[in-house]
Design a protein around this ligand. Structure first.
Ligand SMILES: [Zn+2]
Length: 493
């Protein structure tokens, strides 16, 4: 509408309205308002209410205009304002009642039982407010619920769908989570994240379930008890399984009643109780450090060493490298390390070793006998006079004098059939060489083999001594065939 059109319209309206008295005008507007109020009350959604409010505001403007221009004697605007006030009050009372019903429903749902707000607790009164002091439905419900005191709108922390705690303070949980992550970081931290699905949700909770923030922090830093299982593996024992899980045998039995702890079956699943952290934090850090560099080993064949034996002739030395790596930690335990760069600071030094090529001796008898030790023969095989009244008059072996401690070797490969004290022999070793052959080594100061042991030809079995019926350090050596002593000198080579 252009200016000319508007002026014509206004003039026409003014003529119509000027023909009406102020009272008629008021009635007309009143009718309008009632119709709109009823429509708004029926629907009561935000759009209808806004429409209603806008209508009233527009009507008031018209009346003010009329007031100013047409009928200065009749302050029609003030009457209309009172009407508006009344309607607004009615409208808001209905809305407040509906909000109360909604709050009762939420409270009942949160507490898990029926709940109504006592009528004596609620009063409706009207009054003029500044527009910016008006609150929306959510805030109104929240404030009303605080007053009622049974449930509270709170910020709840969920870890993998489990509610850990709730606080009324906005932003506090986010800050707490940030602090926890921050405590695990330093200037080299690339990323930090929780493995769990961590959420903060705003919802109604029973007021007495609100938590002190310090307690909530403590909970998150602590561990929780969770049931874990253990599958019995080969070689496991009850007490070892218990110990590995920080339990006593009895505690483990209490978790697994009815088990026969002496008859564990491989594959059996046991219940364990374990502490697991509430939150699993993954931190990726960039680290710079001096890493040691492994040295190479070079082998040289040696006929002086048995196959499988080695001898270091010049030891290797680790090198050093300036290294930068991305390291991933899960709850402080390193699980991955990716080296980004490595600059050698010091070259490693190769180690040199001799590697044996000589065939390893076998305990199988060779069929020939070597001297058990080196020394002078002080007594031969066969009949002799008893020296000093002790010792046999029929000598079953030969005596080889040698200083105490001199090694005594197996004369041929075989199996040790006796190793210990035996009467006049003192400390004795007997070796079975098969085919009825046996050798004896007597008067030793100590033994280096035990019964059942396989020994190869030339292996040390004892040390020379003077135990048993003996007048000095020597090795008494016998060769027996099917239990009968023979002259060793006929067999030694
Ligand atoms: Zn002897």
């Amino acid at each position: 509408m252009d200016n000319k059109g508007f002026r014509e319209y206004r003039d026409q309206r003014e003529q119509t309205i000027s023909a009406m008295s102020s009272g008629e005008l008021l009635l007309l507007l009143y009718d309008e308002l009632v119709k709109r109020l009823m429509r708004a009350e029926l629907a009561l959604n935000k759009e209808d209410y806004d429409l209603f409010e806008a209508d009233v505001t527009r009507s008031l403007e018209i009346v003010r205009y009329l007031d100013d221009t047409l009928d200065r004697q009749y302050p029609v605007g003030r009457d209309l304002a009172r009407l508006y006030d009344f309607f607004s009050y009615e409208l808001n009372r209905v809305k407040a009642g509906r909000n109360r019903t909604e709050l009762e429903r939420v409270t009942a749902q949160t507490l898990g039982r029926s709940f109504t707000i006592d009528d004596s607790l609620i009063q409706y009164s009207s009054g003029l407010l500044r527009r910016q002091d008006l609150v929306d439905k959510e805030t109104y419900e929240e404030e009303l619920s605080q007053e009622v005191g049974m449930v509270t709108a709170a910020y709840c922390l969920y870890v993998d769908g489990e509610r850990i705690g709730a606080t009324p303070y906005k932003g506090a949980l986010e800050q707490l989570l940030e602090q926890i992550q921050l405590s695990a970081t330093n200037e080299g931290t690339i990323s930090v994240s929780f493995a769990e699905n961590v959420e903060v949700k705003e919802e109604f909770v029973a007021t007495d379930s609100l938590m002190n923030l310090g307690f909530l922090a403590e909970t998150l830093y602590s561990t929780k008890t969770a049931e874990v299982t253990y599958t019995v593996a080969k070689g496991d024992t009850w007490s070892e399984i218990a110990e590995d899980h920080g339990l006593t045998s009895n505690e483990l039995l209490a978790l697994n009643p009815g088990y026969d702890i002496n008859k564990l079956q491989i594959g059996e699943i046991l219940t364990m109780s374990a502490s697991v952290p509430y939150l699993t934090m993954t931190v990726v850090q960039q680290e710079r450090y001096v890493d040691s560099v492994a040295f190479d080993v070079e082998y040289t064949d040696s006929a002086d060493l048995y196959k499988g034996d080695y001898k270091v002739t010049s030891p290797g030395q680790f090198g050093a490298a300036d290294t930068v790596a991305n390291v991933t930690y899960v709850n402080g335990t390193e699980i991955e390390r990716t080296v980004l760069s490595s600059v050698t600071l010091r070259q490693p030094v190769t180690e040199h070793r001799l590697q044996g090529t000589k065939d390893r001796p076998t305990w199988l008898p060779t069929g020939s006998f070597r001297w058990p030790t080196t020394g002078r023969i002080t007594s031969r095989f066969g009949g002799r006079s008893s020296p000093g009244g002790i010792g046999s008059t029929n000598h079953k072996g030969i005596d080889i004098a040698a200083p105490r401690g001199t090694p005594v070797y197996a004369s041929d490969g075989g199996t040790v059939t006796y190793a210990g004290w035996m009467g006049g022999y003192g400390y004795l070793v007997r070796i079975n060489h098969g085919n009825g052959y046996e050798t004896y080594y007597g008067h030793n100061s100590s033994l280096t083999v035990s019964v059942g042991q396989h020994v190869y030809k030339g292996q040390q079995i004892a040390r020379v001594g003077s135990t048993g019926n003996s007048t000095g350090n020597h090795c008494h050596f016998e060769v027996r065939i099917n239990g009968v002593a023979r002259n060793p000198l006929n067999y030694l080579s």
